[in-house]
Design a protein around this ligand. Structure first.
Ligand code: ADP
Ligand code: ASP
Ligand code: MG
Length: 435
């Protein structure tokens, strides 16, 4: 049995729905279909999920969201009409409009994108629509209750055989809707693949597999044929947002392969993600490059810092207190730095800095922002000598200043920090050197 997840662009219009149906009908093993909310139909179009978030913002400030709601409404009605579906989606839309007047929760509101898309898709495919709130269960701490979920999903499969499940949300034990992080439909697909022990988890999107670099930066990057779960996790964490990084762990220990495929080019073989690659045909040193902009580095200077037990812990506790995720901690002898996402620290930067000064008893704290982090990732890197040397040389030759460097202990990645303004150039020269 195969779990097939379709991303927003794959269900953006009635033409896209037809492609999805052709794909599903071409293999009867595709019994479980997960859908995102209808996405962009063309460049500059809006994703339904973004419109729903915007409606919520309007409601919060008591600004009329009527026009926005009408465009959401029109998109769904258009698909229903063009495909001559029996479902009367207008009724569900009316219900949503009524909920808006009752100030429904933001999670409920934004989950309606996948809910409404799922109802239409189920009708079109002739599959049973199963609401994610009835089968994807969270604990109150936000983690997935796999035991409960497994029971409910298996029940639904036994009853219906072929199902469509909206991605991105589920419910707490009391039944209230809870949404995952953005891009979370990938996680829904992965959870379903796990609890049903699927043969494969297909993730259908708008690119023919995972590319060695972001196609918005590198023109026609090479495609990756096979990649390990760990390599992909590194790449997606560092910004290669083809697949949500949290979609890996549910399938990893059961070794269920994930296939990244293109709805617009279904015959293309795509990228396979699995635990290990036995007969490794990859000749290159690296598997891929990714990166993210906008990090802040806080550097703490203190004489003899490296000999003082507990100094680093004290500093990290400050970040823990403010619930700020620490990305990297590069260190020197009399100093160490803490790298965090600028967005996460923005609001509390001055509080954090003054507390750090207190606990470290140092007046010398330097804050630099506008840092980008780039990762070069590859399972074959450990086997090659001189990769970091080559990396320094390449960046140096192009006058790109390296602000930080870190390597994971399993040697599948090297991370470098550069100025935001050098970001695209650094990705380009590294791609040219290593890919
Ligand atoms: P979906 O809506 O199907 O979930 P996403 O937009 O979440 O699709 O993910 C696919 C997009 O990821 C591609 O359109 C591409 O722009 C982007 N992307 C970023 N890095 C990469 C990469 N290394 N390989 C392929 N696509 C990438
Ligand atoms: N629709 C949600 C989002 O835009 C979830 C998803 O597409 O995976 O983030
Ligand atoms: Mg996605």
């Amino acid at each position: 049995m195969i779990v097939s997840k379709f991303g927003g662009s794959s269900v953006a219009s009635s033409e896209q729905f037809q492609k999805v149906r052709d794909i599903i009908k071409s293999n009867p093993e595709r019994k479980v279909v997960v859908t995102s909310a209808s996405g962009k139909r063309y460049k500059g179009d809006n994703k339904v999920t973004d419109m729903l978030y915007l409606i919520h913002a309007h409601l919060q400030y008591s600004v009329s969201s009527k026009d926005l709601f009408t465009s959401v409404q029109n998109r769904f009605i258009k698909i229903q009409e063009e495909l001559s579906l029996k479902t009367n989606i207008a009724v569900d839309l009316e219900e949503l409009e009524l909920e808006l007047t009752k100030r429904c929760s933001i999670d409920y509101l934004v989950s309606r994108g996948e809910y409404l898309t799922g109802i239409l898709l189920a009708d079109y495919l002739g599959y049973k629509f199963v609401d994610a709130k009835d089968i994807i269960r969270f604990n109150y701490d936000g983690s997935i209750d796999f035991e409960k979920t497994e029971m409910l999903v298996k029940d639904a499969m036994e009853q219906h055989g072929n199902i469509v499940v909206p991605g991105f949300y589920g419910a707490y034990p009391d039944g209230t809707v809870h949404v995952m992080k953005r891009g979370g439909s990938d996680i829904t697909g992965s959870i379903l693949a796990r609890v049903l022990n699927a043969e494969v988890y297909e993730n259908w999107t708008d690119v023919s597999g995972i590319l060695m670099a972001d196609p918005r930066i590198i023109k026609n990057p090479k495609q990756i044929e096979k990649i390990t779960y760990s390599e992909l996790r590194e790449l997606s964490y560092m910004g290669a947002n083809v697949l949500h990084e949290d979609a890996i762990y549910p399938v990893k220990d059961l070794n269920i392969p994930i296939l990244i495929l293109n709805t617009n080019e279904p015959e293309f073989k795509g990228t396979m993600i699995c635990e290990s690659i036995l007969h490794d045909e990859a000749k290159g040193i690296i598997t891929g490059i990714a990166g993210k902009k906008d990090f802040t580095v806080i550097t703490l200077y203190r004489h003899n810092a490296s000999n003082e037990v507990g100094l680093l812990r004290k500093a990290l506790e400050v970040f823990e207190k403010y619930k700020i995720n620490v990305e990297h901690v590069p260190s020197g002898i009399d100093n160490f730095s803490i790298v965090v996402s600028s967005k996460n620290i923005e609001r509390v930067l001055y509080d954090v800095v003054s507390e750090l000064k207190q606990v470290i008893q140092s007046d010398s704290v330097k804050v630099t922002s506008n840092l980008s982090l780039l990762a070069i990732v590859g399972r074959n890197m450990a086997k090659h000598v001189g990769v970091s040397g080559q990396l320094f040389k390449t960046l140096g030759e192009h006058e790109i200043n390296i602000r930080m460097i870190a390597q994971g202990s399993d040697e599948i990645n090297i991370i470098v920090g550069v100025e935001n303004e050098d970001f695209e150039k650094a990705i380009t020269v590294l791609y040219d050197t290593f890919a």
